[in-house]
Design a binder for this molecule. Structure first.
Ligand code: NAP
Length: 431
């Protein structure tokens, strides 16, 4: 019998579990750990609440989770409740699928001012992540600035712009719905330090901005390169740029809220005393694809800034960390003695949810090659003994199903669930 511990129950974790089942069938026991009492990581607290179709992939993970050989071990923090070295002594292999849940820093003056948030905390707020549920961002100003030209920046701009009616069928948490309902925003400025041809947004997500009830996306026509240059783009990027060209026909007055794309605009300072008052932006030009400041700068008065410039992994005691890249130091997934990493923890915050499937299968192939035979480890039996000794309160998958039932039962009309946003409430629902 081979015993595998997977740390993290998001997409990378469950695809790895699925691959291990495929590889070893009945000869493997897999424990999937999570620090929260609820599974699915990014699917629950990262994917936008109005993207329910994407969240359906959790049904596939549930199928894996319900297999006899797989067990969910929730409410256990690796590094706090149990050390990595202990897991290594109990399991044949330990796979870190801990994602990239921290914000990359902008590295500019003023980024710690009240009213300035990273996307991890802002997305965590509207998705009810226990760590960020209490954020209470101030939506009382007329202007918000969203920094970054990736899909997370789009998610944030869209969520800030939607009406309550447009959240029907979503699982946005009640505190965020109430906060957004009271929002007085009239202008959302999306800052891109490069141009329309360099965006990291995908067409489906960009297209959604064009269909909002009270908001209109605006592009400054002068920022668009000559149309003939779109030919050189790949088909997805060409579609996105075609949408930006459509947005360039829109006018601010068309709807009460404008989502303005400000390209070639790099934030250089966030200004304010007690809280953010404006963002100072420097115009850029491209030099061999890189943004270079032109020396021309201007201020955007605003009361909210959300920086969506990418994520970092969290270092785990006893695990080598690549500070520069912001992820676990690894050689194509290999970290150390019977220690591996997968998904965003391995490669950084790139790709779609589906990208984690080949990633999970590849790491299992490596484990199989490194360890053709099981090493006679104690696995879950050993972990359970240690957990009992330490009085750890494990939340099982059956417990999660009870929590889920309570969330489904509390859902407002048409919504799939009303999430618990604190750990104690989750545990109470289990009990
Ligand atoms: P991302 O795709 O890497 O985009 C980050 C953006 O931030 C880029 O436009 C980047 O510009 C910009 N940026 C980086 N540093 C900056 C700085 N110092 N100042 C100004 N701008 C800066 O990251 P993400 O949006 O966080 O998304 C993470 C991953 O999740 C991506 O793979 C994304 O596609 C995926 N995702 C997918 C969906 C979906 O499919 N619906 C939704 C959300 C997220 P440069 O290009 O100039 O570096």
């Amino acid at each position: 019998m081979r015993h595998i511990a997977i740390i993290g129950s998001g997409p990378a974790g469950y695809y790895t579990a699925e691959a291990a089942l495929k590889q070893w069938g009945d000869d493997v026991r897999i424990d999937v750990f999570d620090r929260l009492p609820v599974p699915y990581g990014l699917i629950r607290t990262g994917v936008a609440p109005d993207h329910q179709t994407i969240k359906k992939v959790a049904m596939r993970y549930e199928k894996t989770a319900l297999t006899d050989n797989v067990r969910f071990v929730g409410n256990i923090s690796i590094g706090t409740d149990i050390e990595i070295a202990q897991l290594q002594s109990l399991y044949d292999a330990v796979v870190l699928a801990t994602g990239a849940p921290r914000d990359r820093a902008l590295g500019i003056e003023g980024e710690d001012l009240p009213g300035v948030h990273g996307s991890a905390e802002f997305v965590g707020w509207y998705n009810g992540h226990p760590q960020f549920a209490g954020l209470a961002p101030d939506l009382g100003a007329e202007t918000a600035v969203v920094i970054g030209n990736g899909n997370v920046a789009l998610d944030i701009a869209r969520i800030l712009a939607k009406t309550a009616r447009e959240f029907a069928g979503s699982d946005i948490v009640a505190h965020a719905l109430d906060g957004l309902n009271a929002s007085r925003l009239r202008r959302i400025v999306v800052l891109g330090r490069r141009g329309p041809h360099q965006i990291a947004m995908t067409p489906k997500e960009l297209g959604e901005l064009g269909e909002l009830e009270r908001a209109v996306p605006i592009v400054e026509p002068g920022d668009l390169p000559p149309e003939s240059e779109d030919e050189a783009l790949d088909p997805g990027q060409r579609k996105s740029v075609a949408l930006l060209r459509q947005f360039a026909q829109n006018r601010v007055r068309d709807k009460p809220l404008a989502i303005e794309f400000d390209f070639f605009a790099s934030p250089v300072r966030i200004v304010g005393e007690d809280r953010v008052r404006s963002v100072t932006v420097e115009r850029t030009r491209l030099d061999d694809g890189r943004p270079v400041g032109t020396g021309e700068s201007y201020d955007i008065p605003c009361g909210l800034v959300v920086s969506a410039i990418g994520y970092r992994s969290v270092p785990i005691p006893g695990v080598p960390f690549d500070e520069k890249q912001g992820r676990i130091a690894n050689d194509d997934g290999r970290v150390g003695d019977r220690l591996y990493c997968v998904g965003w923890a391995r490669r950084g915050p790139t790709g779609t949810i589906g990208t984690n499937k080949p990633d999970g299968f590849a790491i299992v192939e490596k484990i199989a090659a490194d360890m053709p035979d099981a090493a006679g480890k104690r696995g879950r039996e050993g972990f359970d003994a240690l957990a009992a000794e330490r009085g750890l309160d494990i939340v099982t998958f059956r417990d999660w199903k009870r929590i889920e039932e309570a969330e489904t039962g509390a859902a407002r009309d048409g919504a799939p669930r009303e999430k618990f946003t604190d750990i104690e409430a989750m545990i109470r629902a289990r009990d």
